[in-house]
Design a protein around this ligand. Structure first.
Ligand code: URA
Length: 235
């Protein structure tokens, strides 16, 4: 699909549209070897665009995993806590406004967050129809009983929701800790599921989304780009 030259430049460099126009008008931009000053020119996405003789490489879709610390939120704006996207800004990642998290964790939840600018890809993670499994490590206030585990596995009735939650997979680690794998992502789902069986979440940490596990080499607050194999899990 042809694209406006100034749009092409600002999508694939740090330049704003205004700065791109200035560089164009100065005659610093070439398209396939020819100087072009017309910012509205439609060019092929495969065109070789250079600024000051340096070829612009295309910024493809971006896919990131981040180890979310507590006291950060996954949406863009909040009056109390900073967004996880601020961590990327601080590390010099550009075009942040194009990125979003694929699903959200509560401010007090830690662990794996996936971030992208590919809306179809994140839809494959968050859409209830896609059945994408998420694994959480849960510490509880009260002893986890066999009956609680059975109820969680079978599905529980959440306050103000129709029907039961989808069956979950539960692995008890000890009396106060379990791994819970669920495919839904309702508001405060894990906390409400534990409340529904008469317990309470003390701490919550997401370890895995689909086949993608939180990289053990990441420290809390760190991030990295996903590998091709990890990206392919949600294509
Ligand atoms: N369930 C919750 O209750 N909180 C989260 O952050 C994620 C799942």
């Amino acid at each position: 699909m042809p694209i406006r030259l100034d749009k092409f430049i600002c999508e694939n460099t740090e330049l704003t549209r205004k700065q791109a126009k200035v560089r164009l008008h100065r005659g610093e931009v070439t398209v396939d070897g020819e100087v072009v000053k017309n910012s509205a020119l439609k060019i092929a996405e495969t065109a070789d665009v250079c600024i000051d003789g340096e070829s612009i490489s295309l910024i493809g879709a971006r896919y990131i995993m981040l180890y979310k610390p507590a006291e950060f939120i996954c949406s863009n704006i909040d009056e109390v806590y900073p967004s996880v996207l601020n961590i990327l800004i601080d590390d010099g990642v550009s075009k942040i406004d194009k990125l979003h998290t694929a699903g959200r964790l509560d401010a007090d939840t830690t662990g794996l967050v996936l971030i992208t600018d590919d809306g179809q890809w994140s839809h494959n993670i968050t859409s209830p129809n896609k059945d994408c499994q998420k694994r959480y490590r849960v510490e509880t206030e009260k002893v986890i009983t066999d009956s609680m585990i059975e109820q969680l596995e079978q599905g529980v009735q959440l306050h103000n929701e129709d029907g039961l939650t989808k069956p979950a997979t539960v692995e008890k680690i000890d009396d106060y800790e379990l791994l819970l794998t669920i495919s839904e992502g309702k508001y405060h789902q894990v906390k409400r599921m534990l409340a529904a069986v008469g317990n309470r979440v003390e701490s919550l940490h997401r370890e895995q989304i689909g086949q993608v596990e939180l990289d053990q080499d990441l420290e809390i607050g760190e991030w990295r780009y996903l590998t091709d194999d990890e990206i392919a899990c949600f294509k």
